[in-house]
Design a protein around this ligand. Structure first.
Ligand code: ZN
Length: 163
């Protein structure tokens, strides 16, 4: 296992629609192990492949008891609404309030290529949607009004310069 470098805004790969995962082999399993390790090290609850520089529809997460690998993820159902703080390892974890559905059903393939569906609510549902967005080249700040989006980016840049 190895730690991977986390890709940060505005690197291009974060804005690209990922390629589908087609090979469910040992290489994919190793990649997922690296992604979990990198996510835990960074104290995140989810990590998508574009966040380690790979143009691939793949994420891992471990959030409120929902631990899974999702290849080729889709959100097939949503319900309700929640408003809550969200942050992203690729944007320095600068928080912002994002309105999203309260419940979400994820459809994806596991590391063996088996399709599954999983329903979650609250923060875990938020993670499903945040990570699936990454696979579609979308960041959480893209859900914000322009002024708030600019503020998050400004704060991220500032904090980066301090390090
Ligand atoms: Zn993120």
């Amino acid at each position: 296992m190895a730690l991977r470098k986390i890709t940060e805004y505005p690197e291009k790969v974060l804005a690209e629609v990922g390629q589908p995962v087609t090979e469910f082999d040992g290489k994919l399993a190793d990649l997922c192990s690296d992604m979990f390790e990198t996510m835990y090290e960074a104290e995140g609850v989810g990590l998508a492949a574009p966040q380690i520089g790979l143009n691939l529809r793949l994420f891992v997460m471990d959030c409120e008891g929902v631990k899974l690998i999702a290849a080729n993820p889709e959100i097939i159902h949503t319900e309700g609404e929640q408003s809550g703080q969200e942050g992203c390892l690729s944007v320095g974890k600068v928080p912002a309030v994002v309105v999203r559905p309260m419940k979400a059903t994820l459809r994806a393939q596991d590391e063996n290529g088996e399709w599954f569906e999983r329903e979650a609510d609250g923060y875990a549902a938020r993670a499903f949607m945040h990570e699936t967005d990454h696979c579609n080249g979308k960041l959480f700040i893209d859900h914000l009004p322009k002024l708030r989006r600019d503020m998050v980016i400004k704060r991220f840049r500032k904090e980066k310069n301090w390090k």
